[in-house]
Design a protein around this ligand. Structure first.
Ligand SMILES: NC(=O)C1=CN([C@@H]2O[C@H](COP(=O)(O)OP(=O)(O)OC[C@H]3O[C@@H](n4cnc5c(N)ncnc54)[C@H](O)[C@@H]3O)[C@@H](O)[C@H]2O)C=CC1
Ligand SMILES: CC(C)CC(=O)C(=O)O
Length: 356
């Protein structure tokens, strides 16, 4: 089985190196092939998603992705910015279902900024639609404002849109995920203001007829943001659009102690997928050897489970992560008094050792 390894920028190469170490000691005959992406792709080939990188991602059974983005590229024309690489991969590979499990490991209860009683035992799944919404809607750009009090001035605009089929397919993924858990689904929208999300709500309600065993409720995104920090354990599975999901899952990350703990899977209709930590390239800590590699290692575990059909190996990796946390090892983002501070590489080595 072939795995495309796309480290990207910032802390990407540092954290991906730890996940690769883990994959290499599992005793499997995976073929790992790396390619530049993001700012690294632009530097090497003049494009954030070079043709060879896209071809490798398409040919592989799964993609393990670090992160893209570097402030030095922020003034490039948008099509050349590093972030276009991950958007291009999602679109080109049809990766519409983004699963972001927010689980609090008991050892990290004190690392969360929320009170331990609010987060202990937390296990929620955020499902974010990934190829529609305002991220991809056309038209977009900057133009002359056609009317209103600012007529004649420049205005920026983007288009929020969702096709019925796009909503239906993510709703099916969400209901089916809920069926495998506590059978409760919260669909997050802004139907009180946005046409797109009234439509979203209507379609999700319709798809619900096929899943009578799942309890569905609808929540406005502003309330969902509040409930996530007020009483997050009340949720089981949440499903929402591209932008709301991006924002809510970062908020959920802090429930788990750190964004460095939140893995993700981005799947197509056949469970082929791209696996990446939910965080970005963290340029503020890049090159310092202090980034938390666990979200990336846990993303590799999701890859073993969902795309490579290696559930036992996924369990092994997840158990090894639990072991290192139980041993008291912590990177700086989750460090607290009484635990042992380690760097990125030492954390990766500890997970490898804990695999036994
Ligand atoms: N999928 C991707 O590749 C994504 C890329 N980005 C890009 O990343 C760059 C930085 O964006 P930010 O908004 O700063 O978000 P970020 O997620 O990179 O960083 C936010 C904060 O979390 C910390 N952090 C992130 N990952 C960490 C880890 N593994 N261990 C310890 N601390 C960690 C960072 O040091 C920073 O303080 C930008 O260029 C942005 O466009 C942002 C989000 C997703
Ligand atoms: C395009 C990404 C860099 C933005 C983001 O935060 C994401 O969608 O994961």
């Amino acid at each position: 089985m072939k795995i495309a390894i796309l480290p990207g920028d910032g802390i990407g190469p540092e954290i991906i190196a730890q996940a690769v170490k883990v994959l290499n000691v599992l005793g499997e005959s995976f073929e790992l092939e790396s390619a530049p992406v993001g700012g690294a792709g632009y530097a090497a080939h003049g494009h954030p998603l070079p043709e060879g990188t896209l071809a490798l991602a398409k040919a592989a059974d799964a993609v393990l992705f670090g992160a893209v983005g570097d402030y030095q590229y922020d003034n490039l024309e948008r099509q050349f910015r590093p972030e276009q690489a991950i958007l291009g991969l999602r679109k080109n590979l049809g990766l519409f279902a983004n699963l972001r499990p927010a689980i609090l490991y008991p050892e990290l209860a004190g690392a969360s900024t929320l009170k331990p009683e609010v987060v202990s035992g937390l296990d929620i799944l955020i499902i974010r639609e990934l190829t529609g919404d305002i991220y991809f809607g056309q038209p977009r750009g900057v133009r002359e404002c056609p009317d209103g009090p600012f007529k004649g001035q420049r205005e920026g605009f983007d288009t929020m849109r969702y096709a019925e089929g796009e909503i239906r397919r993510i709703a099916h993924v969400a209901f089916q995920a809920a069926q495998k858990r506590d059978k409760r689904l919260t669909s997050v929208d802004k139907a009180n203001v946005l046409e797109t999300f009234q439509f979203w709500k209507d379609i999700v309600t319709d798809v619900h007829k096929e899943y009578p065993d799942v309890a569905l409720d609808h929540m406005y995104v502003d309330n969902a943001a509040m409930q996530l920090v007020r009483a997050p354990k009340k949720f089981d599975v949440m499903v929402t659009g591209n932008m709301f999901g991006d924002i809510l899952s970062d908020a959920a990350a802090m429930l788990t102690g750190s964004i460095g703990m939140l893995p993700s899977a981005s799947l197509d209709a056949n469970n082929k997928g791209l696996y990446e930590p939910s965080h970005g390239s963290a340029p503020d800590i890049a090159g310092k050897g202090i980034a938390n590699p666990l979200a990336t290692i846990l993303s590799a575990a999701m890859m073993l489970r969902y795309s490579l059909n290696r559930a036992e190996q996924a369990d092994r990796v997840e158990t090894a992560v639990k072991k290192v946390l139980a041993q008291g090892l912590r990177t700086a983002d989750i460090h607290e008094a009484g635990t042992t501070l380690v760097g990125t590489e030492a954390m990766g080595d500890a997970v490898v050792k804990a695999l036994g």
